[in-house]
Design a binder for this molecule. Structure first.
Ligand code: NAD
Length: 283
């Protein structure tokens, strides 16, 4: 199976890795210069880890790397059987990309969006063939996280949902089908985890480090601030804004000024070398 991926950031690269591991061919497209080098490094690191854990034979690494092609334009995605979009969490940017994809792909090729929060129905609004458009929401880090939310927009066909469920299983993941509600399931529930923690820090009730330590002592794998640093402080902020707007500015989903300041300062988490915590190895 040939999978096209738009956006070779942390999610796109992770999706590429699990698709390659499942034996798919991957065509990857991004707009940023040097994305192929960045993605290749990521894939090599993941292979190394998998070999160390004996999940992959050293001899399979070369074959896996041979199955990815970095394409310089959207036209290069033409042969894809399914295209997965994982570009920035911005509705306009995604809609422009989907319009461009429709001019290249066959009318039946499934287009799946990895959006964390934007309405699948609204993303499909201007499409010529909205029935082939569906949400496929992976979790971070993609190689580790088993869950994928499969989101059915108002015009998504049952066949498109079935195709994504089948792909999810092929990737060794577990599908959870959901209707198209703001934040879907996990990101709606998780808003409280992030936002209440940020409000506590804004009220000077507790420090960032203390919140994370306490939540981990309660059994959470990561504290909220560590998790936002992993996700990307900007990406997480964009998701909060999107959910808040879709719920008509409901106060419980309102973004925290604390987080906006980190975004404004370019302290975006692990990917920039500093967020709520420093990551000197990335600097
Ligand atoms: P990222 O910033 O790491 O990567 C985004 C990539 O998209 C960048 O490489 C950028 O150059 C590229 N891009 C931007 N505009 C483009 C365009 N028009 N065409 C092609 N490429 C373009 O972001 P990410 O964390 O990988 O998130 C990507 C998507 O996945 C977002 O919609 C996000 O909400 C969603 N998501 C993120 C997480 C997470 O934990 N980070 C989890 C689930 C879903």
């Amino acid at each position: 199976m040939v999978i096209g991926i738009c956006g070779g950031g942390q999610m796109g690269s992770g999706i590429a890795f699990v698709a390659l591991q499942a034996g798919c061919k991957v065509l990857m497209y991004d707009v940023v210069e040097g994305f192929a080098t960045r993605c290749t490094q990521y894939l090599e690191q993941q292979c190394e880890k998998a070999v160390k854990k004996k999940l992959m034979k050293p001899a399979s690494v070369g074959k896996l790397m041979d199955n990815i092609t970095f394409v310089p334009s959207i036209q290069g995605l033409k042969e894809s059987e399914i295209v997965i979009e994982a570009i920035i969490e911005d509705k306009k940017a995604k809609q422009e990309l989907f319009a461009a994809l429709e001019s290249v792909l066959d009318s039946t090729t499934i287009i799946a969006s990895n959006t964390s929060s934007i309405s699948i129905t609204s993303l499909a609004r201007e499409l010529q063939f909205p029935e082939r458009f569906v949400g496929m929401h992976f979790f971070n880090p993609v190689p580790m996280m088993k869950l994928i939310e499969v989101i059915q927009g108002v015009k998504t066909s049952p066949a498109a949902v079935e195709t994504i469920i089948t792909l999810t299983t092929k990737l060794g993941k577990t599908p959870a089908v959901t209707k198209d509600v703001p934040g879907f399931i996990v990101n709606r529930v998780a808003r409280s985890y992030y936002l209440e923690s940020m409000r506590l820090v804004e009220e000077q009730a507790v420090s960032i480090e203390q919140v994370d330590k306490l939540m981990k002592s309660m059994g959470f794998k990561m504290g909220p601030f560590e998790l936002v640093d992993l996700i990307g402080v900007d990406t997480n902020y964009a998701v909060t804004l999107s959910v808040w707007e879709q719920y008509y500015h409901e106060p419980r989903f309102a973004p925290a000024m604390l987080q906006k300041q980190y975004v404004d300062a370019g302290l975006l988490g692990r990917k920039t070398g500093e967020g709520f915590y420093p990551y000197p190895e990335k600097l």
